[in-house]
Design a protein. Structure first.
Length: 255
């Protein structure tokens, strides 16, 4: 197994409250990996640790076996990691295309050339636009490229956020509840999109999601945590039959 992203014994505390307690996981390259657990289990904190939005008290994080403990969140983009957020964070007054292009801002190139509109800058911009259009087509957003984000339905905005992450040309994407708040049709479409970007673009995916139907149908492997600690790990079938997971999460009425 080739590890793409892993953490070892990560511990995070907030004012004496332990949010993550010696958590370890390993995301295999080229796979879709799920992270589940009840509310308050530490999923978001761990996600923020892995994407370097959150510092930690103990443990280590590795990206392709390179330790990234001292990295900042913006540095992770240049290392091949992108992420989405549970709460949509788009530029509502800008178009779909403009929002997607923001994801590629770190690839803009020579600032001198851009400042003086040199031919190399215009070629680079054209390439970025062409790439953004291709991403929009894959995510069924090509008819919305000129529309302002604020005028689009919630499900479209979820896809735009994902498109923006893809525009950064990542090797791995962390998806924080990609179908939260979506209806059945939007969920089905996003599920297919996640599988396509993994299969067709070769992007490794780590996702946190409460929709168990989606998790069980798209993930190759799943980690379950509870009370800030590792609870279980295995294939979807193994997780579904794990009594500890059933007791902690799958048996909940709102799971």
């Amino acid at each position: 197994m080739t590890s793409h992203l892993r953490c070892e014994n990560v511990t995070v505390s907030f004012g004496g409250v332990i949010a993550c307690n010696q958590i370890s996981l390993d995301v295999e390259a080229g796979k879709i990996i799920g992270l589940i657990g009840p509310n308050g289990a530490g999923k978001t904190t761990l996600f923020n640790v892995l994407s370097r939005f959150q510092e930690y008290d103990e443990g280590h994080v590795y990206l392709r076996d390179q330790i990234v403990d001292g990295k900042k969140s913006h540095e992770m983009i240049s290392l091949g990691m992108a992420r989405t957020f549970q709460n949509i964070n788009l530029f509502a007054e800008q178009s779909t295309l403009e929002n997607i292009l923001i994801g590629a801002h770190h690839m803009i190139g020579n600032p001198f050339a851009n400042a003086f509109s040199l031919p190399s800058a215009r070629r680079n911009e054209r390439t970025l636009v062409d790439n953004a259009v291709q991403i929009a087509e894959m995510l069924n957003l090509d008819r919305e490229l000129d529309n302002l984000v604020k005028n689009l339905p919630y499900g479209f905005q979820k896809r735009i956020e994902l498109a923006r992450a893809i525009a950064a040309k990542p090797e791995i994407i962390l998806l924080d509840e990609p179908v939260a708040g979506c209806n059945d049709e939007e969920t089905a479409e996003l599920k297919e999109i996640v599988q396509r970007i993994n299969r067709e673009l070769g992007i490794t995916v780590l996702l946190v999601e409460h929709d168990m139907s989606m998790v069980m149908s798209v993930c190759d492997y799943i980690y379950a945590i509870n009370f800030g600690a590792n609870l279980a790990a295995g294939t979807p079938a193994e997780i579904q039959s794990n009594q500890d997971v059933i007791n902690a999460y799958l048996g909940e009425d709102d799971a």
